[in-house]
Design a binder for this molecule. Sequence first.
Ligand SMILES: Cc1cc2nc3c(=O)[nH]c(=O)nc-3n(C[C@H](O)[C@H](O)[C@H](O)COP(=O)(O)OP(=O)(O)OC[C@H]3O[C@@H](n4cnc5c(N)ncnc54)[C@H](O)[C@@H]3O)c2cc1C
Length: 461
Amino acid sequence: MRMSIQKQPNTLPHVVVVGAGFGGMYAAKRLAREARRGLLQLTVVNDINYFLFTPLLHEVATGALSPTSVIEPLREAVNGKNVRVLTARVRSVDAGRRVVMLEPSDKHQSTSPLPSPVQERGLPYDYLIIATGAKSNRVRISGAEAHTFSLKSLSDAVAIRNAVIERFEQAARISSLEERARTLSFAVIGGGPTGVELVAELAEFLRELEEKYCPIHTASGLSRFHLTPTLSCPGEGATRPTGCATITLVQSREELLPQYHPDLRRAAAARLRAIGVRTLFNEQVVSVTPSEVVLSSGANLSTSLTVMTTGVVPSPLPIDGAETEYLHGRLLVDSTLRVRGSDTIFAVGDAAALANAEGHSHPMLAQVAVPQGIAAANNIIATISGRPLRSFHYRMRGELVSIGQWYAVADLQRVRFTGRFAWYLWRTIYLFKFASSRKRWRIAFEWTINLFYSRDTASIR
Ligand SMILES: Cc1cc2nc3c(=O)[nH]c(=O)nc-3n(C[C@H](O)[C@H](O)[C@H](O)COP(=O)(O)OP(=O)(O)OC[C@H]3O[C@@H](n4cnc5c(N)ncnc54)[C@H](O)[C@@H]3O)c2cc1C
């Protein structure tokens, strides 16, 4: 039996993980195993009581998945002997005293959820992992904070879904075709993977909403849909080539998905065209008002709802008492993922930067955060056990972007392909990324239902 098993819980080294996203959650799962064996005690602090699976947020925003399908309750995911989960916000780290300073999370209703000694004196740690990720920051563009939506949290996704449905409710009460077209004009800013995935799903969501809200009139003049018989659409006839709603993607570069192979960039652009998305290339957003997006070319894009997928910035914690360094806002770490200037603080994921010889860091991706979280946990376990630390090495295995139903582009380093198989692969990979089989089954079930029925178009209030 190992010596550490004999220790009393309060003498065990205390490891604190701040942030339970991809990096923090996988670090916590690894550390919890050792906590249950009695090697350490673990506290996970997160400002919300669940883990959020961001890669499927666009499906929540477009009615394809229900909100609770993409989250996992933290206390179910990380638990056991010597393990504690705290729902609170960490304000800062005092590296000299080895404490993290907490405050109640503004994402939860309770006004004073913390025991007062912890709130006043802070939570002591022996080892700390900072995994606080990134946040949406739209203040650089005039009007963006007030008049655009972001897609970073579950509440963002639900807000987008509700707002899209609300525009159709408004349009159903408008008789002027022009005004209705303005109400149903949508825009997504940013032609990276998140923007492309979102705009494609939105285009399909809009088509389904049109079927419910904008009946198609046949040549005989009869409405095929009777839900809103007074509402008709421009381009009425036996078919509706243009539809009521319009959706535009604004990209600052000359191509979409700049980090992908040129063949895949072109394939993505062609696919978006085919499903009715208009893409504006080489356009920067200058400002946003409630009814339009002002572009760098001087053009004004009329829109009633704009989602910005750009403007995501790292959000590392402020650290007092250590000479930390930053790279593009991310905490610089050494090859073992220890924050430069500290022996006991590690950082992983979007909040951390591990610079290579050219001074670049890994991309801000879940597929980087997960192995970093595990590697940082392993290095803490190694330190406690008196073993040497290991350097973190990562090689991108590939990237997949879904572009609506039945289509994806896949860049698996040596192999590149597009279409239905890539889409199946995308779905299978993401399904198996869920830690809990309950959520896996739930998502598989919802995806299967979606093959036979239209999306849910009820607002969530
Ligand atoms: C819409 C969308 C789609 C994406 N799709 C993909 C994809 O397909 N593939 C991919 O690889 N990556 C994808 N990403 C990127 C991926 O989500 C991030 O790279 C990944 O989540 C980073 O993990 P992390 O642990 O560093 O941070 P996060 O996962 O963001 O977790 C940070 C956690 O810390 C908490 N937190 C923050 N500050 C504090 C504080 N002060 N106190 C307490 N808790 C705090 C947050 O609430 C959160 O729970 C996507 C991102 C978005 C927004």
